[in-house]
Design a protein around this ligand. Structure first.
Ligand code: A2P
Length: 294
């Protein structure tokens, strides 16, 4: 199938395939990155309360001059806000200087205290129920809700009681972390995948991987374009390359069509070189049900 430029969520909304990621984008850099991206064709920005850059992201959106209704904006409920999602939503809207979110995700199924400890007295499923209440009561503020960093085990628990099927599950996805079990499960349930750290995050070995550089040479593109395009070549996938560098932001928007054989070759990388840029154990909740983290 040719690469997509957008996907349709289970709400009927259109989500552009490629969005600018802002995890690890530092204050002082991210406003410009967002402004530059939106002035140069990006229509999808991803942030999170936990990245502590929502105010700057909002300033970048304003500075771009792009009308709010012409972009897709995602932010995430922080782990430390799981006991009071309504307040957290208002805080995110205020910082982003917007009246609504296109997508609001539970960042991790891992409630935490303000000082960063696992909050084992609180159940993330109760948080989801409150997110559902907010979504159903405030369609003017929330166009869609979803999850992030959810394994099959956790999705099964959620879907048993969910009144709203998450529109999206945003997880780490790249050739060294393909997570086929989660992808297959979500696709069967109509949940769109969003790939974070598609390049493998900072100093990624994937950019020098032989298979990746060979395919890049064939199409006369950078290794990053191969890694980003991998997701655009799959149904129901969106992808969030992060950069604060103008030329990379421009370059990363270039998507190529890959053959099924090339997609297969890229998937084989995991057999000999598996890694995660973000291991779930940092939350204090162990593997969070991900088989490769047990
Ligand atoms: P920077 O933001 O300084 O431009 P990921 O999207 O997997 O999280 O990877 C982000 C990392 O990859 C950042 O360190 C980013 O650096 C770098 N990066 C982004 N685009 C490219 C590119 N086209 N080529 C090489 N490195 C890139």
């Amino acid at each position: 199938m040719p690469a997509t430029t957008s996907v349709i969520l289970n709400t009927g909304a259109v989500m552009p395939t490629v969005g600018l990621g802002t995890w690890k984008s530092k204050p002082g850099q991210v406003e410009h990155a967002v402004e530059f991206a939106l002035k140069n064709g990006y229509k999808h920005i991803d942030t999170a309360a936990g990245y502590q850059n929502e105010t700057e992201v909002g300033q970048g959106i304003k500075a771009s001059g792009l009308p709010r209704d012409q972009m897709f904006l995602t932010t995430k409920l922080d782990n430390s806000d799981q006991r009071h999602p309504a307040n957290a939503l208002e805080a995110s809207l205020k910082k982003l200087d917007t009246t609504y979110l296109d997508l609001w995700l539970m960042h991790w199924p891992a409630p935490m205290t303000k000082d960063g400890q696992a909050d084992k007295e609180h159940d993330w499923l109760d948080t989801w129920k409150t997110m559902e209440d907010l979504y159903l009561a405030h369609p003017e503020k929330l166009k869609a809700i979803g999850v992030s960093n959810f394994s099959v085990e956790y999705l099964e628990r959620l879907l048993k009681v969910a009144r709203v099927v998450p529109a999206v599950n945003q997880i780490e996805l790249h050739p060294s972390c393909p997570q086929d079990d989660v992808v297959e499960y979500c696709q069967n349930k109509g949940i769109v995948m969003t790939a974070y750290s598609p390049l493998g995050s900072d100093n990624s070995p994937l950019l020098k991987n032989e298979t990746v550089t060979k395919i890049a040479a064939k199409y006369d593109v950078q290794p990053a374009n191969v890694l980003i395009s991998l997701h655009a070549n799959k149904p129901m996938h969106t992808v969030l390359p992060k950069s604060v560098t103008n030329e990379r932001i421009l370059n990363n928007a270039k998507i190529i069509d890959l053959t099924p054989e090339e997609i297969g070759e890229l998937h084989d990388i995991d057999k000999t070189h598996h890694f995660r840029a973000c291991h779930p154990s940092w939350t204090g909740f162990g593997s969070l049900g991900f088989p490769d983290c047990k």
